[in-house]
Design a protein around this ligand. Structure first.
Ligand code: MG
Ligand code: ZN
Length: 214
């Protein structure tokens, strides 16, 4: 059973806490990532497969969720320590919350700390968590029109993963629209195509992770 921490969003001065988080991660040689997306885009599935396929890489996961511990239990079953951070209704994580739960990990033993943020594309984008990279997922069933609808989520992304490409044709997902809209919103990031069903994109993702391991 994963550890559950209940926490409210009481962030005054989020950036100061983000700076503390970054220093702790750097001092321990841990590469941090903040996963952002809508609910159901495949964040937990991405993490489960990544953990299972790379037993030599050591992941710790902070699961942000409004109420349940379901995702943390899935991560622990995949073989990585996970802390469930329940926000009691709050719809985003803050750097203060990350700082508070970091001591629950044996950071010296980790290569990566992954924060699975609360599933929404709006306010999580406004809060830096002090990690090194912000990874935003967009699954094909959500539709190809989301880049311009939620520009802040996509223009602050360091990496954009288009997930569930195995059903792209069935749901009428038009990748050309995404590429075109990203040129306006975040031209420096090229979206990567991913499918946990076919395995598309995973080798490239794993290579990218390994290139960032400290
Ligand atoms: Mg999840
Ligand atoms: Zn929020």
């Amino acid at each position: 059973m994963a550890d559950i921490v209940v926490m409210r969003a009481v962030s005054s001065d989020n950036q100061a806490h983000a700076d503390v988080v970054r220093k702790i991660l750097d001092d321990n040689g841990v590469f941090g990532m903040n996963l952002l997306s809508s609910p159901g885009s495949g964040k937990t599935t991405l993490l489960e497969k990544t953990i299972r396929d790379n037993p030599d890489l050591k992941f710790g996961v902070i699961e942000g969720d409004v109420f349940t511990a379901r995702d943390a239990s899935r991560i622990e079953a995949a073989g990585a320590p996970s802390i469930q951070l329940n926000t009691e209704g709050a719809c985003h994580l803050t750097a203060n919350m990350i700082e508070m739960v970091l001591p629950k990990f044996e950071l010296k033993t980790l290569d990566f700390l992954v924060v699975e943020n609360i599933g929404n594309l709006i306010c999580p984008a406004a809060y830096s968590l002090g990690v090194h990279k912000r990874v935003v997922l967009l699954s094909t069933p959500e539709g190809h029109d989301k880049i311009l609808k939620y520009p802040q989520a996509f223009n602050t992304a360091d990496m954009i993963l288009i997930t569930k490409t195995d059903v792209a044709d069935a749901v009428g997902f038009d990748m050309k629209v995404v590429v075109e809209d990203l040129k306006a919103v975040n031209p420096k990031v090229e979206p990567w195509l991913m499918s946990s069903v076919t395995g598309e994109g995973y080798d490239r993702w794993y290579d990218w992770l390994r290139s960032n391991k400290k």
